[in-house]
Design a protein around this ligand. Structure first.
Ligand SMILES: O=C(O)CCC(=O)C(=O)O
Length: 403
């Protein structure tokens, strides 16, 4: 990319993605974090980022003038502003985009991200671990023909884990942060669906969550945060993530799962999201696929079902109908201890969800979802958190003084 030849109004996002894929986390010219390009609804941010890059390169070329440097400085400021506006938007805009448009943008954007990653290859890499699981457990099966997804009934019990006790101990031992209660950075805690940092486009989530990573968070000489990007994730909630060595229940599960992953030659997971679906409320998760931006291409995604009650689990193929509704191609109750394990490729080629059943018919349930995801430095996370806070403050100020 050359400053005077690249068009600043024609973002070449693949070039930025290539730098990120090569392991670069900041722009070598501007020192700004290299953007996670191509997310749905980020066209403005992406365009501002690209313009900043082109101008920054221009300002470093021989013969650059004071005007070139000034332009670079202006576009740097414009990029920072666009990030802040985006962070504010995420919190204050209620239902700005309808679900179907969102789903379509997700699909389109994932295809763009996945093409250069050669997902077919990554799915092929995943065949062996999936076949190994089918061989290890005679009752394991593929729920969808032609996809690298396997269900292993009662995997937790087979590995000497108790899915009911794991969930109950997590509920009994750790605090839950609700509404606008503060989150203890790096502490083991639940975050309620009504917590402000879990709101998605102004709506409460119908489930509760905990986040864990393999390594220490926020401490040590070069602390890192394992970051899993999903639609609606807010920077503030990253503080709720802790190291699983602080939580005997998750540590116990991960010891067993590490050994299993090693046996089937799968890259070990470094990130776990615990979800609780309360029996007394309508709780679940709609059809979705895990967003691939931050997930290691050759890795597995494992969902371990916990809690006292089984819940229906749906797999979907194909596009939603014209009214946006989606019909599952596979639908079955997954019982406590069952595991559903899939390659990133299979995840992206399908959708999955836990339908919002009639609460009268379903009790407390939950899951642990294991992934292998990217990492960010704590400074990067703090920069994003500060920008997001500033933007929220400005949005609040604007609401107080309209016009
Ligand atoms: O809880 C489950 O069974 C599914 C969880 C899930 O799909 C997710 O967290 O993305």
């Amino acid at each position: 990319m050359r400053g005077k030849t690249a068009r600043r109004d024609k973002p070449q996002l693949w070039a930025i993605q290539q730098l990120r894929d090569a392991g670069l986390t900041v722009c070598p010219f501007s020192s700004m974090p290299l953007a996670d390009v191509g997310k749905p609804g980020r066209e403005e941010v992406d365009a501002a980022f690209w313009a900043m890059l082109v101008d920054a390169v221009g300002a470093h070329e021989s013969g650059a003038t004071a005007a070139d440097r000034e332009r670079a400085s202006d576009s740097h400021a414009a990029y920072v502003k666009s990030l802040e506006a985006e962070a504010a938007h995420a919190d204050v805009e209620p239902q700005a985009v309808d679900r179907r448009t969102c789903a379509q943008m997700d699909q389109d954007q994932s295809r763009r991200i996945l093409e250069p990653l050669d997902l077919k290859h990554s799915d092929e890499m995943g065949i062996q671990p999936i076949n190994d699981l089918l061989e290890l457990y005679s009752d394991a099966y593929r729920p969808l023909d032609g996809h690298n997804i396997v269900v292993v009934p009662k995997l937790m019990q087979k590995l000497d884990m108790d899915p009911v006790k794991v969930q109950q101990d997590l509920i009994d031992k750790y605090p839950i942060r609700k509404g606008s209660e503060s989150i203890e950075r790096g502490g083991v805690q639940w975050v309620a669906g009504n917590h402000k940092s879990l709101h998605y486009r102004g709506n409460e989530l119908a489930r509760e969550k905990m986040w864990f990573q393999r390594e220490e968070t926020w401490t040590g000489p070069a602390p890192k945060i394992n970051y899993y990007y999903y639609t609606g994730v807010q920077w503030a909630v990253v503080n709720a993530q802790s190291c699983w060595s602080k939580c005997a229940e998750v540590q116990g599960v991960m010891d067993k799962m590490d050994a299993l992953y090693e046996r089937i030659n799968a890259p070990s997971a470094n990130h776990v999201i615990v979800t609780r679906y309360r029996g007394e409320v309508k709780s679940g998760i709609g059809p979705h696929f895990d967003k691939p931006q931050s997930i290691a291409p050759n890795s597995l995604i494992t969902i371990l079902k916990t809690g006292p009650t089984g819940r229906t689990f749906n797999l979907y193929q194909g596009e939603p109908s014209s009214n946006g509704s989606e019909t599952p191609t596979w639908s079955r109750v997954l019982n406590p201890g069952d595991a559903l394990i899939m390659t990133l490729g299979a995840n992206c080629a399908t959708k999955h969800g836990v339908p919002i059943d009639d609460p009268a018919q379903c009790g407390d349930a939950g899951s642990l979802c294991l992934r292998t995801v990217s990492e960010k430095t704590c400074e990067e996370v703090e920069r994003h958190q500060a920008a997001s806070e500033r933007a929220k403050q400005r949005a609040r100020d604007r609401r107080r003084t309209p016009g």
